[in-house]
Every structure is written in C-alpha cells, then in structure tokens.
Write a protein that binds this ligand. Structure first.
Ligand SMILES: [Zn+2]
Length: 455
C-alpha cells in the first residue's frame, strides 16, 4: 500500500525554514518552503520519487491488516502539497519562504522583510510540487538572515512557535544555527536558539572534561517514576532521542522498586528498547523482597531475549549473588555507608565468590552515599589479602567490559587524555568563577594504569 503523502520527502539541499504561530500564541515563522499563503495550489498530481538516499532513513512500516502484517506491501516516495497547506492553515504571523539569491527575504505573512548577511544560494529544488520557493542553502554559521522585531509581542521569552523545514548537508563540530534570538551583555550571552551539530541536541560533558574527567552515563526511566504514568509516558518518548548520544553506555537503571504492574510495563518496554538499540542494560533490584525481585528481574530479561552478558544486575548482596553469577549476568554491588552494602562485606564476597563477573560500584545518591566507595573498597580488599588481579577485575575491568559493549567507553579515553584548556567556553559559558586561573594542560605521555590509583 502506498502511504498517502509521506512527510519525509526527498528533497535536495539544506536549509529551509518556516515558522508559524498558533492561535493565541505570538508568532514568528520562517519558512522555506511553504507555498505563499493564499496562493492557489497547483493542480498537479504528486510525483513519484526514487527512494531516499539519506542514511538511516527508512520507509515506514506497512500498516497491519486485521492486526496481522500484510502479506505484501508496497511503498513509494512522493512529493506532495500537504505541507504548504498546513503552513497556511496555521496562520503564521510571519512567514519567510526562503528562496532566491537576493539580499532580502520577503515575509509573505507579516511584511517584515529579512536581510541576508553572508553567502546563500537558492536550492535547485524544493519539497513542494509546483512551489516557486525552493529553499535556500546556507551554512548556519557565517550566514545570517536577520529579521526585524516585527512582531511586537515577540520578546523571545513569551510562548511562541517557530517551524522550519531543514535538511542538513553535514553534521560537524560547529554549532550551525537554524534560528536564534540572543543578546550579549555584561552577564554573558543570553537568549534561545536551535542548532544542528554532530552530537545532536545539546548534551554537554564540557564541564567534566575541563577537569580531565571523561563522563559517561546510562539513561532510563527509573522504576519509582514508572508509577507516575503520565510522567512515564513523556519520559519514554524522550529516551530514544538521548540513548544513542555520545557517552551513553547503557539503558538504566531500570527494573522494579515495589514490583507494581506499571513498573513491570515500563521495565519490559525499556528492555525492548535496549535490544533495539543494542545497548547494555543496568538493572536496579528492589530493596524489599530483594531476593525474589532479583530472580524476577532476570526471568523477565531472559523472557525478552536479552543476553545475560549484556545485563548488569545491581544492588546485590550475600543472598542474591550466587544466582546472578550462576545465570551468567554481571553481579554489581553498590557500596553505601551504613545502608545496603558496605565494603567490608564486599571484601568477604570477593573472597568467597571471586571477582569473575563481579562489579563494585558506588553512588551519588539522594541519601547518604560515598562516591569514592570503589577506590576505598579496592584498597580495603588489597589490605585484606585479595589479589591485585581480582581487585582490578571487580573494581575496574569488569565494568569496562560490561559497559564497553556499548562501543561508547574505551580505555584509551582516559589513558590518552584529551588536553584540558579551561580558557575554552561552551555555548558562551566558562567554568571559571571569580577570576580563577585557567588550567591548560596538553599531556604528551600516555598515562599508565598506576596513575589512576587513588592513594
Ligand atoms: Zn538503584
């Protein structure tokens, strides 16, 4: 079945903007492609196009027939008129159908002509059949289309809608702005903006890197939050967008807290997501009924076809460790002062079970926690006569092996340190406060593992 008018057409070249205000909202619209509002829509049939050649972009799945997959499905890519109609229906306050090589860009809705600075080229073709405004190609860095403060209520801080249709020609390390509204004053750069960059939506590890720290994370809907269904739904919608970003090493922590039906639902959904994204999973096991909750967590993983070698089961203790190890999962122990698992007990577990598949970890928690618990446990274990090899496995190597399966964490990341330059800024923000002297280091020598030991 051919989809009617797919929204992902193939169209050449970057840049096309449109923005539309909706009803009560003040307004701003940049558009590159929409048809001029009010213009007659040309009576042309949609054109069938070759398949897109944008990497990773696939045809939508065929719809089900009576709940079952169709025996055959056909699809084709078409250019259609729907988008122009939608722009017009939104009644934008301003609308810049970018296109043409001139120095100005007319506003077909609000009369606020924009002025180009820097090179820009008309795109040779646009997404809309019969639309003379085909879009404009520009780099998002050197080239700017400045538009006057047309819309009196548009302060940049009141609610507004901006729409744009963009096809990036490249993703690199530059922040290539689609639109922004900003000012600079003594307090620094202020405003809002939307950009495209290699690493996607802003997700900054900049501050940690300025102290020589490589920062990694896991991403997931926590089991406690799964019980707030409205929140859970909203979070689940966001997770896929963040899960594939640089430095994300697993989906987690997920699992059970009170073992409610909602926790079960979102645990399973996230296991499926991890499978789809081929990411490891990090599982929180319940504090109450810990032993049965741990068994159940593993059962559900197996039921969903997860490889135990890609699943870290956390919050183990003397009661759960045997089964976790026997079933081939990673057995992690969060070391806490005074609650849960302490490090003297951990040393006894290492003595009894060895370090194979055991991970010692720590927390920076809501409650009282000890971020240096891994280093302190390693030291205590060495003093207690556990061999250095075993300590290294449990306190270093196993975590690297488990989370390294994401492809996002490698030993070279910290052995070959990136230079530190605290003079650098991220999005105009500096880590320096109160006239601090910036640290600038460009380490030439590879670190040895011994440099990493905290005495
Ligand atoms: Zn936890």
């Amino acid at each position: 079945m051919p989809p009617t008018c797919p929204e992902r057409q193939r169209f050449p070249l970057p840049a096309v903007l449109r923005a539309a205000g909706r009803r009560a909202l003040p307004v701003l619209a940049l558009t590159a492609l929409a048809a001029t509002p009010g213009a007659a829509v040309p009576a042309e049939p949609p054109a069938t196009l070759p398949d897109p050649h944008i990497p990773g972009l696939q045809a939508p799945a065929a719809p089900l027939v009576n709940g079952a997959p169709a025996q055959t499905a056909e699809y084709r890519w078409e250019r259609c008129r729907r988008y122009g109609t939608l722009v017009t229906a939104d009644a934008p306050a301003n609308h810049w159908p970018l296109g043409g090589a001139g120095a100005t860009a007319p506003d077909t809705a609000g009369g606020a002509t924009g002025n180009w600075t820097g090179p820009h080229d008309p795109a040779p073709d646009g997404p809309l059949t019969g639309d003379p405004a085909t879009g404009t190609t520009f780099d998002g860095v050197a080239t700017i289309l400045s538009v006057p403060s047309v819309t009196a209520p548009f302060t940049g801080t009141a609610a507004h809608t901006v729409e744009a249709w963009v096809r990036p020609a490249r993703h690199d390390t530059r922040y290539r702005y689609l639109w922004s509204r900003q000012t600079s004053d003594a307090a620094g750069r202020q405003g809002t903006g939307v950009w495209i960059r290699q690493t996607g939506i802003g997700f900054e590890r900049f501050r940690a890197s300025q102290f020589g720290i490589r920062h990694y994370c896991t991403i997931g809907l926590n089991s406690k939050e799964a019980n707030n269904e409205e929140l859970a739904e909203a979070v689940m919608e966001l997770i896929p967008r963040f899960a594939l970003k640089e430095g994300v090493v697993a989906i987690g922590e997920i699992g059970y807290d009170e073992q409610t039906p909602l926790e079960d639902k979102y645990f399973r959904l996230q296991l499926e997501l991890a499978k789809e994204l081929d990411l490891p999973v990090m599982i929180h096991t319940p504090h109450r009924d810990n032993k049965s909750g741990t068994s159940r967590s593993m059962d559900v993983c197996v039921e969903h076809g997860l490889d135990p070698a890609k699943v870290v089961i956390d919050h183990n203790n003397e009661e759960t460790v045997r089964e976790v190890l026997d079933r081939g999962f990673w057995a992690a122990f969060s070391i806490y002062p005074s609650t849960k698992m302490g490090n003297a007990r951990m040393v006894e577990i290492l003595r009894q079970y060895g370090a194979r598949n055991v991970i010692v970890d720590s927390a920076c928690d809501w409650g009282i926690s000890e971020p240096l618990a891994v280093a302190k446990t390693a030291r205590l274990a060495l003093q207690s006569g556990i061999s250095e090899d075993q300590v290294r496995l449990a306190c270093y190597q196993n975590a690297l092996a488990a989370y390294g399966q994401s492809g996002q964490m490698k030993e070279e990341d910290w052995l070959d340190r990136a230079p530190i330059d605290q003079r650098a800024v991220y999005e105009g923000n500096s880590i320096l406060r109160g006239g601090r002297e910036p640290v600038v280091e460009n380490p030439k020598n590879r670190r040895s593992m011994d440099d990493l030991i905290i005495e």
